[in-house]
Design a protein around this ligand. Structure first.
Ligand code: ZN
Length: 459
């Protein structure tokens, strides 16, 4: 029988408090943190505060695309609310971000069987001329087929009909596909959505134009529409499409990274960063990607304050701006904090959705890895004690690379992430309050203990 929430919380606290049984190698240094870790876990799991805060963020402001008023309003709310929470050194650090506006958009089959298709323009795409672009479609299964049939691509709308395998392998068609197609002479580009099959769900996301190719408009279509177009082409039909997009880049806009702290009591200049990105795509409400990561990082610091657990070093929460279509927040943090990056002890990012946590991915030296593995055992009661490879994240990446900072990523059950990623279905109801609380507990305990260690992590 599954545990009730109350039993689950009691078990999680007991697991944090339990010293190792006889026969196991004892780690006395860890025992000194058990009581405080248990308090953080108990407070995180006590209620649905984190989920409710995420619901408030996403219900109030909706999507938070870079350059939108909604993002700036959410930033102002976060600053106000962090101050109300009693966080320290709360400030908005200015960042210029690109403003891309989607506008109206549509895709239709003109012939042989006129019909409207489902689509979603890709972020940073140029628009079409008034009235759209009408051309015959060329469907290809990947770059190899495009290269082989390059002579057929001129004047066509190229469709990259590539099944989703994993994100890294498939996303290249979204980011590089438009320029590859343009180099072959295509006039517009479509990509099969980078995500698992949903309910005719298109996934947006950023494209990157290369300087050596004309900029052509590009959009994603759902799996179902890609399969339909592929079947039509397979029957030898010449399919003519019309793509209309008002999309445009409108220069730079003012935005900011939100920064707040609990200042260290002995070594305030040494810093553990916890963060996520507050901006989102413009179609859902950015709860999974990445409002949840922001709230969990924020909660970690709020709970330390609320429980009066002031660590030896500073724990700093950073809500980065513009991860999705520019990474300007992560780059600005690196540049604005360059002088203190060497004092960054650890940077933790949560940007995989705050689903049920498994633990963390970690990049750092072997000594540091051994330490964080032991710290993570405090999370065995919430089944979040795994420490795997692949730490880091897009926002912390520039700083991590610039100063070789040890980096961590919250690792969660990712089975549903690419169902909702960059879609209109990225909303808070997809997340379970207890999972969000568990993620909060994991980030709070890890960041607190690393900030509290007598010796700097990895030294
Ligand atoms: Zn994200």
């Amino acid at each position: 029988m599954p545990l009730s929430r109350r039993e689950f919380v009691a078990t999680a606290i007991a697991a944090a408090l339990a010293t190792r049984g006889a026969g196991a190698s004892s780690i006395p240094w860890l025992d000194t943190y058990r009581e405080r870790a248990a308090r953080l876990i108990g407070a995180a799991l006590a209620d649905s505060f984190a989920w409710n805060r995420l619901a408030e963020l996403t219900d109030t402001f909706g999507h938070r695309l870079s350059g939108s008023q909604a993002l700036e309003d959410a930033i102002a709310w976060a600053v106000r609310t962090m101050r109300d929470d009693g966080l320290e050194n709360v400030r908005a650090e200015p960042v210029k971000v690109p403003r891309w506006v989607r506008g109206r958009e549509s895709l239709e089959i003109v012939s042989p069987y006129p019909n409207r298709l489902v689509m979603l323009g890709l972020g940073n795409s140029v628009g079409t001329p008034e009235g759209g672009i009408e051309a015959e479609m060329l469907a290809v299964s990947g770059f190899e087929e495009l290269d082989r049939r390059a002579h057929e691509a001129a004047g066509r709308i190229v469709l990259f009909d590539v099944p989703f395998s994993d994100y890294g392998a498939t996303v290249t068609y979204r980011t590089s596909g438009p320029s590859r197609a343009a180099r072959a002479g295509a006039v517009a580009c479509l990509v099969r959505s980078v995500g698992v099959e949903g309910l005719r769900t298109p996934h947006t996301g950023m494209l990157s134009y290369r300087p050596d190719a004309p900029q052509i408009p590009a959009a994603a279509i759902p799996v179902e529409d890609a399969l339909r177009l592929q079947r039509l082409a397979g029957r030898g039909e010449r399919v003519r499409l019309r793509l209309s997009m008002d999309a445009a880049m409108q220069g730079d806009a003012d935005s900011a990274n939100v920064v707040a702290e609990i200042a260290g009591r002995e070594r305030p200049h040494e810093i553990v960063v916890v963060g996520g990105h507050l901006d989102s795509w413009d179609v859902g409400t950015g709860a999974i990607d990445d409002g949840g990561g922001c709230v969990v990082a924020w909660e970690a610091v709020r709970l330390m304050k609320a429980l009066d657990l002031r660590p030896r070093r500073t724990v700093r929460v950073v809500l980065f701006t513009n991860e999705e279509n520019g990474l300007r927040g992560g780059l600005a943090y690196r540049d604005q904090h360059r002088a203190e990056l060497g004092d960054h002890v650890l940077m933790i990012e949560s940007d995989g959705g705050v689903f049920r946590p498994n633990g963390f991915g970690f990049n750092g030296n072997d000594r540091a890895r051994a330490t964080v593995r032991e710290v993570a055992t405090l999370l065995s009661g919430i089944q979040a004690s795994a420490v795997g490879p692949s730490g880091g994240g897009a926002d912390i990446g520039p700083s991590v690379q610039a100063a070789q900072v040890p980096a961590m990523a919250l690792d969660v059950d990712g089975s549903k992430y690419f169902l909702f990623h960059h879609t209109a279905a990225d909303t808070v109801d997809k997340l379970e309050p207890l999972d969000v609380a568990r993620c909060t507990a994991a980030v709070a305990v890890m960041s607190y203990v690393v900030a509290e260690l007598p010796e700097r992590l990895g030294s």
